[in-house]
Design a protein around this ligand. Structure first.
Ligand code: ZN
Length: 415
């Protein structure tokens, strides 16, 4: 008996059966989340590379959900924002901006800038789109926004008046398009919560139906262009496809002129449930930010502002994105089509189109308002004040596009 007992190995101090993460209860996952968050909180880092942050954050979330992930050698990082003149540091959302390739077109310069030495000169320019990712520092929820969808990859899908206009802008292409550009970084349209349109011109609206689960966001007054209640006659570029946006998934921002706090969405009741839930991000009050009179702080943490940038088209909006405490990127849409307008070297052009004999055509619906918007952007670049440093990128910025390709700023690279 004694010999038999001596051959029985002692019970293990630690269980030898591996723990599978599938076996963990919800409470365990919450505890793991708290521990991982606390770990991150002990490692304050300022001025982190946002691309690195994004990748780290993705891995952190996977570790919480599925257990240890490969490539664990890299330290998980968490960004902090330090209040000026205080020692307090608060967790800062992970925020990254990535360029997307959404085609190119060729602009006759005479329609955009004046005076010109050669009135027949044409320039081939990109139609840039951007991906913006925001991860909440505590809930780790990532919200993804695509800003503009560029040119439609399948050009023959445009309504005939737009197709005919587009053909005057050759060389022209909608390739590879935002869907293919997102795929370069492993994302699909179902990962995109919002598509924000700077405005609804054909070379920015792309193919909205490629994003069947996203909520569309348009500027104040823009919805009237696609619900058939408003028509424009300032040039052949001003045709809009009725019904191109599913209005049950479209949030039209309230007018900055409305004094209520915050003004209610005009058609909120028509929104399908998911978009109605998401609409809370766009219910904030318009306030001034820097020299911009009307800005909306989307996440309430100063990382992303929608800027009302009137003049180019009804509801024209821009984005001001925080890269770090004193570095911002200003996505200017079509506030400006040529860098010489920003420097003051050139003025906005006008022309006569026989198809619209009673109008003086201009690429902007309100030239005076467009000039004021350009002036505000120019003053912000020259004197950014509290913003520190502002990089301005307009949608058809050929020089920026060339440089960004060399520097790897297109997704999965970042700005
Ligand atoms: Zn435009």
């Amino acid at each position: 008996m004694g010999e038999t007992k001596a051959n029985v190995p002692p019970p293990p101090i630690f269980p030898t059966t591996p723990i599978f993460y599938d076996d963990l209860s919800g409470i365990d996952l919450i505890l793991i989340s708290i521990v991982l968050w606390g770990w991150g909180a002990l490692q304050p880092t300022l001025g982190d590379d946002p691309c690195r942050n994004w990748l780290d954050q993705e891995r952190l979330k996977k570790e919480v959900l599925y257990g240890p992930q490969p490539n664990r050698g890299t330290r998980l990082k968490r960004s902090y924002f330090r209040f000026p003149h205080q020692n307090t540091m608060i967790p800062q959302a992970h925020f990254s901006i990535h360029a997307l390739q959404a085609g190119y077109l060729t602009l006759p310069e005479a329609f955009f800038v004046t005076p010109l030495e050669d009135n027949t000169s044409r320039t081939t320019v990109p139609s840039l789109s951007f991906l913006i990712q925001h991860t909440h520092p505590v809930s780790l929820k990532t919200t993804r926004i695509v800003f503009d969808l560029g040119i439609r990859p399948n050009l023959s899908d445009y309504a005939k008046p737009l197709y005919d206009h587009a053909m005057t802008r050759r060389p022209l292409s909608g390739e590879p398009g935002t869907v293919a550009s997102l795929a370069h970084g492993g994302l699909t349209p179902s990962d995109i919560d919002f598509v924000i349109f700077s405005h609804l011109h054909w070379d920015h609206i792309g193919a909205p139906s490629d994003y069947p689960n996203s909520t569309y966001v348009v500027g104040p007054g823009a919805a009237s262009l696609v619900n058939g209640t408003r028509e424009l006659s300032n040039g052949s570029h001003s045709h809009f496809e009725k019904g191109i946006l599913d209005l049950s998934r479209t949030i039209e921002l309230p007018s900055p002129e409305l004094p209520s706090t915050p003004p209610p969405f005009k058609d909120n009741a028509k929104l399908e449930p998911e978009s109605r839930k998401r609409s809370s991000l766009f219910s904030n009050v318009w306030r001034s930010k820097g020299l911009f009179q009307h800005s909306m702080d989307v996440f309430g943490d100063g990382s992303l502002y929608i800027i009302s940038a009137p003049g180019h088209l009804d509801g024209h909006i821009n984005l001001l994105c925080r890269k770090s405490e004193d570095q911002y990127v200003y996505l200017a849409g079509d506030a400006c089509h040529d860098p010489r307008l920003l420097t003051g070297e050139k003025n906005i052009a006008t022309w006569i189109d026989p198809a619209y004999p009673t109008s003086i055509c201009c690429i902007h619906v309100n030239k005076a308002a467009a000039e004021r918007t350009i002036a505000t952007i120019r003053e912000t670049m020259e004197n950014p004040g509290e913003l520190g440093n502002v990089e301005v990128i307009f949608a058809h910025d050929a020089a920026w596009d060339r440089e960004a390709k060399k520097l790897g700023k297109f997704f999965p690279g970042c700005l």
